[in-house]
Design a protein around this ligand. Structure first.
Ligand SMILES: [Zn+2]
Ligand SMILES: [Zn+2]
Length: 318
């Protein structure tokens, strides 16, 4: 059977003509037969792509050959089937939406938290003068997080800046931030520094790299990912399940999207309730006229949207 890889990466590096770059990069990805999602902005690249091992290797080599991207740390997973159906490369104003548009204030290229590799993070995280901060959203940390980590009640990373006041009580501690792959921490830690937190560190490569290189010790539950897998295992040292079925409360780590496309809520649901609820979060969703057929995975390929002519949200391909 053919081997496929899924790559996850990001890079803060200035791209002068980001819109043109996005169009050219889409052609390049298609020429390799890759599928996935890439965001291009003046501040850098954020992507996850999937394809044959050969195509992925060629992609990595070509991207690395560009001096702007020579330092990109690609996280490589082996998968049985490609993790996406289509290839999208989109130009946006930020590679991760932080709601902070002012690069004078938040520019990870010039100032960000100190990077910790997985081993350094593991050694520091349980010290008394350290606070571990999960900068991800509710649907992510509900499924899995580091033991004793502080989590935020946010639905989207763009709500992070509004939570800074709540964190002020930890100003005398060393803050260790983490997220899925590291990209959000670049901005979150930069903002914390800007707000006067004196010692801010970030887990370089995020939970995914920590799982690969440090065995995922003390990460409880699973890690939510933004592709067809929905979640991945991280901890091979002392794993536990922390999430409960949204409907019946049984312990489960199965993450699904609600079968009602207008709801599409990310939530955990056990197989019994999945069958009974047909993959829906509620009775209202179960009787919704547009409800999708639940095949047991709870993952649905996005339905093409009408072309958006707004420059910032330009859909380059459907
Ligand atoms: Zn259940
Ligand atoms: Zn629903």
């Amino acid at each position: 059977m053919e081997k496929y890889n899924t790559l996850l990466y990001y890079c803060y590096s200035t791209i002068a003509d980001a819109e043109q770059f996005a169009a050219d990069h889409l052609k390049f990805c298609k020429s390799l037969g890759l599928t996935g999602r890439i965001i291009v902005a003046e501040e850098g690249l954020n992507g996850t792509v999937s394809g044959t091992a050969e195509a992925c290797k060629q992609y990595i080599d070509t991207v690395h050959a560009d001096p702007r991207f020579a330092g990109i740390d690609f996280k490589v997973d082996e998968v049985d089937t490609p993790s996406f159906v289509k290839m999208h490369v989109r130009y946006k104003s930020e590679i991760v939406h932080s709601g902070l548009r002012n690069p004078e204030i938040i520019d990870p290229k010039s100032k960000t938290g100190k990077h910790l590799n997985p081993k350094e993070f593991m050694e520091m995280k349980d010290r008394d003068d350290v606070v571990v901060l999960d900068v991800r959203s509710n649907y992510e940390h509900n499924l899995g997080k580091f033991k004793n980590a502080i989590t935020l009640d946010i639905e989207n990373f763009r709500d992070f800046p509004a939570m800074i006041n709540e964190l002020a009580q930890y100003k005398d501690k060393k803050i260790l931030t983490y997220c899925t792959g590291g990209i959000k921490c670049e901005k979150a830690s930069a903002l914390l520094l800007h707000e006067g937190f004196p010692e801010v560190y970030q887990l370089h490569g995020g939970i995914i790299k920590y799982g690969k290189e440090a065995g995922g010790k003390d990460f409880e539950g699973k890690c939510y990912v933004f592709d067809g897998r929905l979640s991945v295992d991280v901890n091979s040292v002392n794993p536990v399940v922390i999430s409960k079925c949204f409907n019946c409360g049984t312990v489960t780590d199965k993450m699904i999207n609600c079968a009602n496309p207008e709801c599409n809520e990310h939530f955990t649901q056990c197989d019994n309730c999945g069958e009974a609820m047909e993959g829906c979060c509620s009775d209202a969703c179960k009787t919704h006229p547009r409800k999708r057929v639940y095949d047991g995975t709870g993952y649905y390929v996005k339905v093409p949207q009408p072309i958006n002519t707004d420059k910032k949200g330009l859909k380059l391909q459907y």
